[in-house]
Design a protein around this ligand. Structure first.
Ligand SMILES: Nc1ncnc2c1ncn2[C@@H]1O[C@H](COP(=O)(O)OP(=O)(O)OP(=O)(O)O)[C@@H](O)[C@H]1O
Length: 270
């Protein structure tokens, strides 16, 4: 199976100016490679400051990498090719609310990526907006609502609709579900799983929540101080982590490494 996303030797260093002449270098992401297959889910986990968001932002083109190559669906993407890239990969951020312009109705919000990146006429755009609202469990009438009158779970669905509307191959969620309560989070996760089955979308979840990742990811990539310290099948990594950092992250959530038995009997909701 050809990977839908292939990352080779990607890295990013930030320089922070200190005083008149000095500066501090931060290796936010040290040279790393990984890939993701179509219709699969990758979890990127790690403590605060480990480089997860920098990696995600390089993937969607918000940060220019210092080195490395990214291929999506066989296309090598370049920094600056935002219009092309956003039809292949989209990101949903943690604070959904602040990513909506409160002056725009939901239909207008969803129309922006279509106007910027496609040649659909007004009628075709309207049809696509109605269809994507239905896909995420909302009504076509919601197009005329302002975000301020919608509940948190509905806003999350709008964010998902905005990510889906250009039919990308990969969607990245950067701690996007962290603010939702458990039942709302389960509903959104189940919706995303059914969209994954229907449309063969690949997901990357950037998170510190190993409990949820255990349920929904196929592979897991663990970061620490910019390094990729472990990467592999989720069940195998959680059952027998090879790295101390992974072990600590697992212990802090489950209290112990997950054996095959505890893996099966862990029924915590996510
Ligand atoms: N724009 C920037 N300028 C300078 N340093 C940065 C910048 N963005 C991130 N960093 C630094 O790079 C490192 C990795 O940060 P990053 O936000 O990618 O980590 P993270 O794992 O996503 O953390 P968190 O879970 O807290 O969001 C940190 O040391 C951070 O301070």
């Amino acid at each position: 199976m050809n990977p839908i996303l292939k990352v080779r030797n990607l890295s990013k260093q930030f320089k922070i100016h200190k005083g008149f002449f000095g500066h501090l270098r931060i290796d936010a992401v040290k040279t790393l490679s990984f890939s993701l297959n179509e219709g699969k889910t990758l979890a990127i986990i790690g403590q605060n400051g480990s480089g997860k968001s920098t990696l995600a932002k390089m993937l969607v083109g918000m940060i220019k990498p210092d080195s490395g190559d990214i291929w999506i669906d066989g296309n090598k993407v370049q920094y600056g090719d935002y219009s092309h890239r956003c039809q292949l990969i989209r990101m949903i951020f943690q604070h959904v609310e602040s990513s909506f312009d409160p002056r725009l109705r939901i239909g207008q919000l969803l129309e922006i990526p279509l106007k910027r990146n496609t040649h659909y006429d007004a009628h075709e755009r309207e049809k696509l907006i109605s269809s994507v609202l239905k896909q995420v469990g909302l009504l076509p009438e919601h197009a005329s609502y302002y975000p301020s009158v919608m509940a948190a779970g509905q806003k999350q669905r709008v964010a998902l609709a905005r990510a889906l509307i250009l039919k990308p191959k990969v969607i990245i969620l950067d701690e996007a579900l962290a603010a939702l309560d458990i039942s709302m989070r389960s509903q959104i996760v189940n919706l995303m799983l059914s969209l994954q089955v229907e449309q063969n979308i690949s997901y990357i979840y950037v998170t510190q929540d190993i409990g949820m990742m255990k349920h929904i990811s196929d592979e897991i990539l663990v970061m620490h101080n910019g390094d990729l310290v472990e990467y592999g099948n989720t069940a195998e990594v959680l059952a027998s982590p090879l790295n101390d950092i992974t072990q600590k992250l697992i212990n802090s959530y489950f209290g112990e490494a997950l054996t095959a038995d505890t893996w099966r009997t862990d029924t915590r909701s996510f």
